[in-house]
Design a protein. Structure first.
Length: 176
């Protein structure tokens, strides 16, 4: 009776472990990682309004995208160029202003996040004329920003292989 019970629980543990390993492998090789991820942000900032309706250039806010690896999310002073005057009665703008006045950055939730062991560089892509929408989709239509591309290795390499780009595909391009 006792031996039987422990054999059963061992089997249960074994099955659970196999599920975890299988899940890990499926996750690693799977077609997409977090594609479509669109977390609710601490302030409901709308790209559809700012980049779409008002046509503010991506680079006005993501100003490091041509100069560095990272595009970075704009600091509050960029928002305050307008929101010192615009819609100051809105509770969201009051919240924004409070963060700015206290020098306390808004805790935006990161949407895109490649694993540590990969290397990506915005500047090189922009310099070769690869447009934001090829990797981020139609951002000016997005009320809430979402991860448009799968961001898998296959996705990166497929584009690098295209003859018009002829970009490098050696492993150390993206793993260094
Ligand atoms: C008025 C400023 C502003 C403009 C203009 C703007 N953005 Fe943003 N962008 C932000 C802010 C703030 C965030 C972080 C909050 C959020 O995710 O909504 C962000 C987030 C993003 C993200 C997700 C970052 C992450 O966490 O992975 C992408 C991608 C992005 N923007 C692309 C664009 C593109 C492409 C354009 C032009 C079509 C653009 N943005 C125009 C302010 C701006
Ligand atoms: C070749 C594909 C590609 C293009 C073109 C591209 N991005 Fe990105 N973008 C990415 C990837 C991949 C990440 C995630 C990087 C990471 O996690 O390290 C990212 C992340 C971001 C982020 C989050 C902050 C960061 O740097 O990690 C912002 C903001 C962003 N992109 C804005 C833009 C804007 C604006 C443009 C156009 C001017 C643009 N991107 C063009 C692929 C691209
Ligand atoms: C170039 C000017 C400009 C910049 C820069 C700008 N905004 Fe705006 N924002 C606007 C305009 C215009 C509106 C629409 C106002 C209206 O509906 O009357 C708006 C509306 C908003 C709203 C909606 C407010 C409400 O309650 O309806 C939020 C939230 C917001 N902006 C956040 C931000 C954040 C965060 C940043 C910085 C990342 C930013 N904005 C940068 C011009 C700007
Ligand atoms: C839409 C096409 C496209 C996609 C998608 C794309 N790339 Fe690229 N990549 C390019 C082009 C074009 C170049 C520029 C090659 C050059 O400068 O000669 C490049 C260059 C690079 C470089 C610089 C190479 C060097 O020699 O320094 C790195 C690193 C890189 N890409 C990584 C990535 C990673 C990682 C991804 C996926 C997350 C990715 N790329 C997705 C088109 C793309
Ligand atoms: C153009 C960029 C690029 C090139 C070239 C590239 N990789 Fe990757 N690789 C990535 C990205 C992005 C990831 C993370 C996303 C994923 O796991 O699909 C990754 C993930 C991996 C992983 C982890 C698998 C996993 O899913 O956890 C291994 C192993 C790997 N690459 C090996 C290689 C080898 C070997 C080469 C050369 C034959 C190579 N890579 C070339 C971009 C690249």
């Amino acid at each position: 009776m006792n031996t039987n019970g422990s054999a059963t629980s061992k089997l249960i543990v074994f099955v659970l472990v196999m599920f975890l390993i299988a899940g890990g492998i499926v996750y690693a090789l799977g077609p997409a990682k977090n594609q479509g991820y669109a977390p609710i942000q601490p302030i409901p900032f709308s790209h559809k309004l700012h980049a779409g309706k008002y046509g503010i250039d991506c680079r006005y806010c993501h100003y490091s995208v041509e100069r560095s690896r990272h595009a970075t999310v704009p600091p509050e002073n960029v928002c305050m160029n307008c929101h010192r005057f615009v819609k100051t009665d809105s509770p969201h703008i009051k919240n924004l202003t409070e963060h700015f006045n206290q020098g306390k950055p808004i805790a935006w939730i990161k949407v895109h996040d490649l694993p540590e062991f990969t290397y990506f560089d915005h500047k090189r892509h922009i310099a070769r004329g690869v447009q934001c929408n090829m990797c981020h989709g139609e951002v000016p239509d997005m009320e809430r920003i979402k991860q448009f591309a799968p961001l898998t290795m296959g996705w990166c390499v497929n584009c690098h292989r295209q003859p018009q780009y002829n970009a490098p595909t050696t492993c150390d391009t993206c793993h260094r």
